[in-house]
Ligand binder design. Sequence first.
Ligand SMILES: Nc1nc2c(ncn2[C@@H]2O[C@H](COP(=O)(O)OP(=O)(O)OP(=O)(O)O)[C@@H](O)[C@H]2O)c(=O)[nH]1
Ligand SMILES: [Mg+2]
Length: 235
Amino acid sequence: MRKPDGKIVLLGDMNVGKTSLLQRYMERRFPDTVSTVGGAFYLKPWRSYNISIWDTAGREQFHGLGSMYCRGAVAVILIYDVNHPQSLLELEDRFLGLTDTASTDCLFAIVGNKVDLVEAGAADSREKEGHGPGTAGGGGGGSPKVPKPVQLEDAVALYNKILKYKMLDEKDVPAAEQMCFETSAKTGYNVDLLFETLFDMVVPVILRQRAQGPPQTVDVTSCKTPRRTRSGCCS
Ligand SMILES: Nc1nc2c(ncn2[C@@H]2O[C@H](COP(=O)(O)OP(=O)(O)OP(=O)(O)O)[C@@H](O)[C@H]2O)c(=O)[nH]1
Ligand SMILES: [Mg+2]
């Protein structure tokens, strides 16, 4: 098997839909899933490159593995559930630190999954209030009456926090609007757009890494131990 040219990692709390999103994209279906144990990956040929996409476990007990999976990643997809604000907070509190091992020019995408449930919830509430799906007065041109518990702007705010955390300049990275998505693994909404936008963006990162050659390492065995003197370090 050819070595992957770049690695993309999916991170996020349990139950947000990481496995479902990956299966929707790779297998074009929405099967029943079981909570992931450890991690698993798919290989995706994209143009002349092989990209590995890693699904990770959101369960707390596997948390320690996250930074190992992120090592050298060219992109990380941080996933939350649009119906659960806590799952967005967890991205900052629990998952962002795991990406310290990723490549220095790693790209970040933030994804709010399960938008189909918001639309379903909004339709239910319209019916309860006596407004059919197409009736006037149902909330302004058919827009959902029940606001999404997590708004896209909340994801944009997290994206900007990530730039600060990584000490990146807005000018040097893709704009938040390009990197924050709302998806449904169930219906397939925006799933191809998410992965394929990211694939196109990581190709230049892969090329840059190739041009720079393998990562520089320091051979600690070749470092001479400084001779100790009796008067200490300042002599
Ligand atoms: N309605 C709806 N349900 C979804 C969607 N995506 C996932 N689910 C459901 O949410 C549950 C969890 O999905 P998974 O894909 O297993 O979640 P996960 O993030 O991989 O969870 P862990 O492996 O435990 O970290 C399953 O019952 C899925 O069917 C979606 O877009 N819409
Ligand atoms: Mg899973």
